[in-house]
Design a protein around this ligand. Structure first.
Ligand SMILES: O=CC(=O)O
Length: 327
């Protein structure tokens, strides 16, 4: 009997057909809305594999209903939507899709940084709203990127890829990370500093750390007070790492200059969210890895991990390797 798998969003036909060759597939056919929780709960007891997105909360309550589940293949590099500990306890493998999205996400992060520094969205709206009367010396003046100091919090794969871009802009690169990266320090002349020094000295503070209980509210009011008045905060990691209320207050009170956000604590961010009222906040709907090629590669890798998992092989991107001891 073929293993059965649940796929929580419509993927390309080529990828679905590849999975169908060896599995019975249940797929939530809607491209634009997440699978309803009730449906997820009703299907989870019967499947051997789950391919899901960051929009699904794979918590203990759901996992308690899973009787045959061997693998949860998340189509994302981050997997904070999954209770990995509960999965591990139940002997369920968890995988993610690293590497294939590194450069694309770094591109978006740098684009967001530049758009925020040079007020691109505000300037475009200004023109379209018919406000452009004349070239004017100080009109829509922003902050320089070239030669500025960037502070990267979390020097993982994507952080390093952002640092490479920063090097091309002759930026002074500071970073803070759990461990030092001597290769990055040598290659990119990046300087390891403590957290507060990074906040105090950076013109751009770029959040690149994974989201966990440890990094929740990593940046709060006290940290904005340490930052430069001209500082720009960029977050393309996860919303909950930065306290949004404190960020709003810091922006309104001119403690920092601007923010570029691709991620929010609650997604989709409610349209009446206070941060969306500010001109000096550039907001994006969580599109860090959203190039056509990269999203196809992520789906393909998620499918590969899923198939390896349901077939009892060690998947390529196992995040809870201790679970294998149970097989
Ligand atoms: O946010 C997207 C991801 O984690 O891949």
């Amino acid at each position: 009997m073929k293993p059965s798998v649940l796929i929580t969003r419509k993927l390309s036909d080529s990828i679905l057909n590849r999975i169908r060759e060896s599995c019975e597939v249940i797929v939530w056919e809607n491209e634009d809305t997440p699978i309803p929780r009730k449906l997820l709960e009703s299907k989870i007891p019967e499947v051997d594999g789950l391919l899901c997105l960051i929009t699904e909360s794979i918590d203990k309550e759901l996992l308690d209903k899973a009787k045959n589940l061997k693998i949860i293949s998340n189509m994302a590099v981050g997997y904070n939507n999954i209770d990995v500990e509960a999965a591990t306890d139940k002997g369920i493998m968890v995988t993610n899709t690293p590497d294939v999205l590194t450069e694309t996400t770094a591109d978006l992060t740098f684009a967001l940084l530049m758009a925020t520094a040079r007020r691109l969205v505000e300037a475009s709206d200004y023109l379209r709203d018919g406000k452009w009367q004349t070239w004017s010396p100080m009109l829509l003046t922003g902050q320089d990127v070239y030669g500025a100091t960037i502070g990267i919090i979390g020097m993982g794969r994507i952080g390093e890829a952002v640092a490479k871009r920063a090097k091309g802009f002759n930026m002074n690169i500071l970073y803070h990370n759990r461990n030092r990266k001597s290769d990055v320090e040598q290659e990119l002349e990046a300087h390891f500093v403590d957290f507060n020094t990074l906040l105090q000295q950076s013109d751009f503070v770029v959040v690149m750390t994974p989201y966990s209980a440890e990094t929740r509210n990593l940046i709060t009011a006290e940290h904005f007070k340490l930052m430069k008045k001209n500082a720009i905060l960029i977050n393309s990691a996860r919303g909950g790492i930065v306290n949004e209320n404190d960020l709003y207050e810091a922006l309104v009170n001119n403690e920092i200059w601007a923010a570029g956000l691709d991620v929010f604590e609650e997604e989709p961010v409610p349209t009446d969210h206070p941060l969306l009222t500010l001109n000096n906040v550039v907001t994006l709907p969580h599109i860090g890895s959203a190039s056509y090629n990269t999203r196809m590669k992520m789906a393909d890798l998620a499918a590969t991990n899923l198939l390896m998992g349901v077939n009892g092989e060690k998947p390529l991107n196992l995040v809870n390797s201790s679970v294998r001891e149970k097989y």
